[in-house]
Design a protein around this ligand. Structure first.
Ligand code: NAD
Length: 343
C-alpha cells in the first residue's frame, strides 16, 4: 500500500491519525489530532460522501491543522483536531453510526472532543453523547452561529477602523455572500449598525427575508464579486479569494465567516498588493468555537461575550503588525498562532 498519510501535502507533524471502524453500524471514520500542546484537540465531525479514502484523509489532516491555528489565536485552552465520517449524510445516518463514533472517542480517552460540522447536526451529536462525554455543541443552545456572527461583526468594525479610519458602519456598503446561519445574523448586525446590504444566495427564501427585513439589494451569486461595496463578506463557500475574484472585487475590506477563503496561501499577499485588507478567516470566524469551548468546559458564560469581542482586538493587532512588518495579514495570523501552540 502506498503511504498516503505521512506523504500527504496536508500532513504537518500531526500527533495522531486514527482510522476508526465498526462493521455493524458501517462506521468508517478518520480522526486527526494535529496538536494538543494547549489542551485536548477540539473540532467538528464532518460527514461527507468522499470519493476516495485519500480524499477523506486529506480533509481530516487539513481541517485539524486549521483548528489548531484557530483555537490558538482565539486564546482557548484546546488544541486542534477534526473527524470525518465517510458516508452520505442524506442517506447513511443512523444513531448507531454516531454511537460507534462515540465509542471510538472513548478509546482516545479525551484527547479529541467532537462537535457538529458540515453534514452533522445537534441530533447526531446527541447520539454521540449517548456513548461518550467527549462531545460538545449539544441541544438547542448549542448553535454557535450567532457567536460566529458577532465575531465577524466586531472583526469588520476593526477592519473599518484600520482601513477606512472610521468608527462607524453608517452608510457603508457590505456585499454579503451567503445568508445562512452565520451570514443572516451578521447581516442583521450590519443593518442595525447602519450599513447598506447587497446580498447573494442560492436560497430564494433567505433573499426575500433579507429584502424585507433589511431592505437589502439582491444580486446573482456570480454578480456579488462585482458590486461596488466597501466590505466583501464571504459567508458561504471556501476559496472565494482567487485570481479571478481578486480582479473583480471593488471592496477594500474582506471580512466574512467562510472557512478557507484563500484559494492558495499566495492570495493573502495578493490581497495586500491590491490594497485589500483581509481579515484572516480562522481569526474572524472563531466566535463559534469560543462558544462551544465555554459550553464544553462549563466555563461561566458571563465572560463569553467579551471573549468573542476580543476577536476585534486581535484583528486590530494583526492589521497593525501586517503594516509594520510589510507582510500579509494571513502570515501574521499564522505567526501568532504558531508562537502560542508550538513548544
Ligand atoms: P449555512 O449552510 O447555514 O449557510 C451557507 C449559506 O450559503 C446558505 O444560505 C446557502 O444557501 C448559501 N450558499 C451556498 N452556495 C452559495 C453560493 N454559490 N453563493 C451564495 N450563497 C451560497 O452555513 P453557516 O453555518 O452559515 O456557515 C457559513 C460559512 O461559515 C461556512 O463556510 C462555514 O464553514 C463557516 N463557519 C461557520 C461557523 C458557524 O458557527 N456556523 C463557524 C466558523 C465558520
Amino acid at each position: 500500500m502506498t503511504a498516503f498519510v505521512f506523504n500527504e501535502i496536508n500532513f504537518d507533524n500531526h500527533e495522531q491519525v486514527v482510522f476508526a471502524s465498526e462493521p455493524k453500524s458501517g462506521l468508517k471514520a478518520i480522526i486527526a489530532i494535529h496538536n494538543t500542546h494547549l489542551g485536548p484537540a477540539m473540532g467538528g465531525c464532518r460527514m461527507w460522501n468522499y470519493a476516495t479514502e485519500a480524499e477523506a484523509v486529506r480533509d481530516a489532516l487539513r481541517l485539524s491543522r486549521g483548528m489548531t491555528y484557530k483555537n490558538a489565536v482565539a486564546g482557548l485552552p484546546i488544541g486542534g483536531g477534526k473527524s470525518v465520517i465517510i458516508a452520505n449524510p442524506k442517506t447513511d445516518k443512523t444513531p448507531a453510526l454516531f454511537e460507534a463514533l462515540g465509542e471510538a472517542l472513548n478509546r482516545l480517552g479525551g484527547r479529541y472532543i467532537t462537535a457538529e460540522d458540515i453534514g452533522t447536526s445537534p441530533a447526531d451529536m446527541a447520539s454521540v453523547a449517548g456513548k461518550t462525554r467527549y462531545v460538545a455543541g449539544l441541544g438547542d443552545r448549542g448553535d454557535p452561529s450567532p457567536f460566529t456572527a458577532l465575531g465577524c461583526f466586531v472583526g469588520a468594525q476593526a477592519a473599518v477602523k484600520h482601513q477606512l479610519k472610521r468608527d462607524s458602519m453608517e452608510g457603508l456598503v457590505v456585499a454579503v455572500q451567503g445568508l445562512g446561519h452565520v451570514g443572516y445574523d451578521y447581516a442583521r448586525r450590519l443593518h442595525a449598525a447602519g450599513a447598506r446590504l447587497i446580498v447573494a444566495d442560492i436560497d430564494a427564501a433567505a433573499l426575500k427575508r433579507a429584502q424585507e427585513e433589511f431592505g437589502a439589494e439582491v444580486v446573482s451569486v456570480d454578480a456579488i464579486y462585482d458590486v461596488p461595496a466597501d466590505i466583501y463578506a464571504p459567508c458561504a463557500l471556501g476559496a472565494s479569494l482567487n485570481p479571478n475574484t481578486l480582479l473583480r472585487l471593488k471592496a477594500k475590506i474582506v471580512a466574512g465567516a467562510a472557512n478557507n477563503q484563500l484559494a492558495s496561501a499566495e492570495m493573502g499577499d495578493a490581497c495586500r498588493q491590491k490594497g485589500i485588507l483581509y481579515a484572516p478567516d480562522f481569526v474572524i470566524n472563531s466566535g463559534g468555537i469560543i462558544k462551544v469551548c465555554y459550553e464544553y468546559f462549563n466555563t461561566p458564560e458571563d465572560g463569553m461575550d467579551a471573549h468573542v469581542r476580543r476577536i476585534g482586538d486581535t484583528l486590530a493587532e494583526i492589521f497593525a503588525r501586517a503594516d509594520s512588518e510589510d507582510v500579509a495579514t494571513s502570515v501574521v495570523a499564522d505567526r501568532i498562532a504558531e508562537a502560542s501552540f508550538k513548544r
